[in-house]
Design a protein around this ligand. Sequence first.
Ligand code: 5GP
Length: 138
Amino acid sequence: MAAQPSIFARIAAGEIPCQKVFENDLLLAFLDVNPLAEGHTLVIPKRAVERLGDLTAQEAAEFGRQIPLLARRIMTATGAPACNILQNDGRAAGQEVPHVHFHIIPRREGDGLGFRWKPQARSREELEALAARIQSLP
Ligand code: 5GP
């Protein structure tokens, strides 16, 4: 049985309304329904794709082209001086909707949003071995 279309696939198909901020042949951007900050925007491929690595090169390039332009417009519109751009790729990384999406989240000094980074010390040898392994993969 085919999987149910995700909420974002239904938004892309126009079945569910959204507050659209940008659209072209490949991508759609709309305001997050539960924003972390005013102007919190989601950018999705129109094609139903769950993981970042499943994007075509053309879709990936289009994200690269459009996200900087969208971020600039969103900061201008909201007056925010900064933004976070993030993409939760997979459930363990916090992805709740199984359709690729980039968050553009306007940020201001003292806005209280934050990240729980817990850096871990690693030896240079470990880092070099891992970097070499990643480089060797297709
Ligand atoms: P994730 O945790 O998957 O990276 O983020 C999912 C995001 O989608 C959340 O920020 C959530 O508020 C947003 N979201 C979930 N359902 C809807 C919806 O129906 N409409 C809109 N505009 N945003 C949604």
